[in-house]
Each structure stands twice: as C-alpha cells, then as structure tokens.
Design a binder for this molecule. Structure first.
Ligand SMILES: [Zn+2]
Length: 193
C-alpha cells in the first residue's frame, strides 16, 4: 500500500550512523540496507511537507556504555568522529532536525525521546502520525517507538523494511517487533507514495 505523507506526518530516522553499518565499530548486519529504503521515505516526506527528524548516538569518549567503563559495547559513535556521522548515502534534507542522545558520560539513552525535546517538537508541530525506521530494531528503534506510543494523539508506524536488528541473542529483533506491536505501534508493511 502506498502512503502519502502530509504536514501532519513525521519521519524519524534512528541512528543511521556509520558505526552501526558494515565496517563500523558496532556494525549491524546488513545495516546499510536501510539507507535506500529510508531515502524513499525522505523523498516522500519532502514532497508531502512532512517533518524529518534524525537521531544520533553521540557519545563522549568515556561513555559508560563502552567496555572500558564496564559497559556492554565497544566504543562507538564518539562525538565528531567519522563513525558517529550519518551514513554518507542518507539523503537528509536541509530542514531535518538532528536529535543527539547519550551525550553525557554517565548516562545511557537508547530512545530518541530521552531528553523530551523530540516529543515537544512533535506536539508543537501537530504531528499525528510518526513513521520510524533505522538502527537497531532491538535497541534504539524499539526504545524510541515504545516512548513514541506514549505520546497523546500520535499514531506510530514502524517502517518494517527500513530497520535491522543487532540480534545479540537470536530472536531479539523479532521480540522487539512483538514488543512494539503489543505497545500499540503499527507494523504493517507500507511504502511511501
Ligand atoms: Zn551508544
């Protein structure tokens, strides 16, 4: 089904950063495959006057999630490094709003809504439908979607073709999809018009 976006739609691109793509410090298998899919959504958003938001993991070099500090991950998405940059093929429009997260050394944040700023922007702009894609399904996409469905009067759709999972344990990605759906997110396959 082709979906036309309008000014009351928002498109949230979660962490489409080099470190989460093949060759990166915390690569998600096939992570860069989301880029052409999301570019089609970006084009539809620009065409329809929808707002585009791009979140990014934006860590200090001593972030608590890094193995050296006792965290679960290798260092990744360190502020102002090439690994933290958006994938070079992602066609972010000039008007896209960048949402940085987990910028403090002593705090983790998987959700793009962590600071509250994104939720306020969506409400202020009168966004009624939010389309979410990006990386990774079982971490930051899931956390962002679970926060988004809590916002009043917002219908949340997951762009199922435009996400990929880390799958630290087999099935994590599928479990994340189920959790998002159970929370009220819409998972039907949709294509931008
Ligand atoms: Zn991180």
């Amino acid at each position: 089904m082709a979906t036309e976006l309008t000014p009351s739609d928002g498109l949230l691109l979660v962490d489409v950063q080099n470190d989460f793509c093949p060759g990166g410090a915390l690569a998600v298998a096939d992570g860069d495959a989301v880029v052409p899919v999301l570019n089609d959504w970006i084009a539809a958003a620009v065409h329809g006057g929808a707002l585009v938001f791009a979140s990014r993991d934006w860590h200090p070099a001593d972030h608590l999630s890094f193995a050296e500090q006792g965290g679960p991950w290798p260092p990744h998405c360190v502020q102002d490094t090439p690994g933290a940059a958006f994938h070079p093929d992602l066609e972010l429009p000039d008007g896209a709003a960048v949402v940085s997260k987990a910028e403090q050394p002593d705090r983790e944040a998987y959700s793009a809504f962590d600071s509250g700023e994104l939720g306020e922007k969506l409400q202020a702009a009168g966004i009624r439908r939010l389309w979410v894609g990006g990386l990774a399904t079982d971490y930051c996409v899931k956390a962002s979607v679970l926060d988004a469905v809590q916002l009043p009067e917002l219908e949340v759709h997951v762009i199922t073709a435009g996400i990929r999972a880390v799958d630290v344990a087999a099935g994590d990605g599928d479990a994340a999809l189920q959790a998002m759906q159970a929370a009220g997110a819409i998972l039907e396959h949709a294509e931008p018009a």
